[in-house]
Ligand binder design. Structure first.
Ligand code: PDD
Length: 281
């Protein structure tokens, strides 16, 4: 495997950044994970737009122009022979002697890109029987709309889910309203058959897969709503499912040990997933 690190393509096993990279010391950086299907980067423009937003919210400079970045992404995919898979890109505020205050103007941001082959269809098939989730109180900062690499709470949450025999942790606010998963957005199919997901203005990441699913659902003629819902509404839903670039529309069959509907994946999430795969094919 080959990684792109600050202007060079290096062996993945040798790839490294400086010990005083601000990403390492302060989680002072942002990232994107994108899916590649048949050599097509799914939703590249939306991912670059969100990267732009994350960078500008944190006042980190672009490491290079958009066209150059796209070129480097494609070259990293090519060198790794990735035609179906994922790539990860991370931009940090760069290397500087440790100081909480931002480094001097002109300090170059660090850019790292890695890529790996996966098959979204195989992953989806593996999870076709549905996954288990737990709920837990959201203990993250209030700027989770920025896709920052500060993922310690998310990592703790996923680990907690794993230790409970589940695959995802769903964050809930102090009022018992559902926010999002540790690395996914959450959806329900309500008793009217409407696909519902929490609004992205506050307290969640505006997932790209979430946005694309809205397009896909609209094309299928499904009714879609952005509104808050409680844990009890989720437990009583017809279906619950999760979306992320790494996991297109995973059905959730139990939450906190309680089955959703009859404990089997529902038809709506399956239909949406199939339609989603058609987008890039
Ligand atoms: N996670 N919410 C959170 C907290 C996330 O970390 C992610 C993605 C999403 C879904 O966003 P998108 O549809 O754009 O992938 C929602 C990535 C995949 C990760 O951390 O691996």
């Amino acid at each position: 495997r080959i990684a792109y690190v600050n202007g060079r393509y290096v062996k993945h096993s040798d790839a490294s950044v400086h010990i005083e990279d601000r990403g390492y010391q302060f989680a002072d950086g942002v990232y994107e994970v994108c899916e590649v299907r048949h050599d097509y980067i799914v939703d590249l423009t939306r991912h670059l737009n969100r990267l732009d937003r994350s960078l500008s919210e944190l006042r980190i400079a672009w490491p290079m122009g958009r066209a150059a970045l796209t070129q480097v992404i494609r070259e990293t995919l090519r060198r790794n022979h990735v035609r179906n898979g994922l790539f990860y890109m991370q931009v940090t505020r760069g290397v500087a002697r440790r100081d909480h205050v931002f480094p001097a103007e002109g300090t170059p941001p660090s850019l790292v890109i890695t890529a790996k082959s996966t098959d979204a269809r195989i992953i989806a098939a593996k999870n076709a029987n549905g996954i288990k989730a737990i709920t837990l109180v959201d203990n993250r900062w209030d700027r989770v709309d920025i896709k920052s690499v500060g993922l310690l709470p998310n990592a703790m949450a996923r680990q907690q889910a794993k230790e409970a025999g589940a695959q995802e942790a769903i964050y809930v606010d102090g009022d018992g309203m559902v926010k999002e998963g540790a690395a996914t957005n959450v959806w329900i199919v309500d008793p009217d058959g409407t696909l519902v997901t929490p609004p992205a203005e506050h307290g969640i990441l505006r997932g790209i897969t979430r946005t694309t699913l809205m397009d896909v659902g609209a094309k299928l003629g499904l009714s879609i709503a952005e509104r808050n819902f409680s844990v009890s509404e989720m437990l009583a839903a017809r279906e619950v499912f999760l979306t992320a670039a790494t996991s297109i529309c995973f059905p959730v069959v139990s939450v906190d040990g309680q089955p959703i509907a009859n404990g089997h994946p529902g038809s709506v999430s399956q239909k949406v997933r199939e339609a989603f795969f058609d987008v890039a094919e």
